[in-house]
Design a protein around this ligand. Structure first.
Ligand code: DJ3
Ligand code: GSH
Length: 159
């Protein structure tokens, strides 16, 4: 059973490490620009690093939940691959935002697209599972016969 989630678990731990890295960058920026808590604003250079970490944190729960749903119900390998792309996109986002406000945009568009792909995988995966568990309908089989990948016509029913 664990072999079905180990790649997703690995991407999750990598994501947690990335979040830790972003937090450390805010700590360093606080020292560099002398912005002490509870203050959350300072020179633009500080504000951008602060917001970069905050933005990545806002999206992190969305990313992790959808990564696991997609990995469990659609495909572990494809989901883990998307997860790696998302984390790389977020790294570029953080670096781009730290340099300039405009620098955040291209990586943000990229990571948002990857999130939408994971949301699409999750939707398909859940739809397929609901059809299988409650309607005895195998959507994978149905799709491959519609696409002409198998000889058998129509949907296949279990039991
Ligand atoms: C849960 C799925 C992801 C949902 C997030 C959806 C979209 C996020 C992706 C790209 C958004 C880019 C928004 C850029 C805003 O135009 C920038 C605001 C500029 C305003 C200004 O500088 O005057
Ligand atoms: N909390 C975000 C929600 C929307 C969002 O993710 N916006 C993107 C594109 S404008 C962003 O990079 N926001 C910059 C930020 O959160 O500091 C915001 O305040 O902007």
């Amino acid at each position: 059973m664990l072999d079905q989630v180990v790649l997703i678990a690995g991407v999750t731990v990598l994501g947690v490490l990335e979040q830790a890295y972003f937090s450390l960058q805010v700590i360093y920026a606080r020292r560099k620009y002398s912005v002490s808590p509870p203050s959350t604003s300072g020179p633009p250079g500080f504000d951008r690093v602060f917001r970069a970490q905050a933005n990545c944190s806002e999206y992190f729960p969305i990313f992790i939940t959808i990564l696991w749903v997609s990995g469990l119900f659609f495909s572990q390998g494809l989901s883990a691959l998307c997860g790696l792309l998302y984390l790389y996109g977020r790294y570029l986002y953080f670096r781009g935002y730290a340099k300039s406000a405009h620098g955040r945009l291209a990586p943000l568009y990229f990571s948002a697209k990857v999130l939408w792909v994971l949301i699409g995988f999750s939707t398909l995966g859940i739809l397929g599972s609901v059809c299988w568990f409650y309607l005895d309908l195998d959507l994978t089989q149905l799709a491959s016969s519609v696409l002409g990948l198998t000889e058998e016509g129509g949907g296949s029913y279990k039991g």
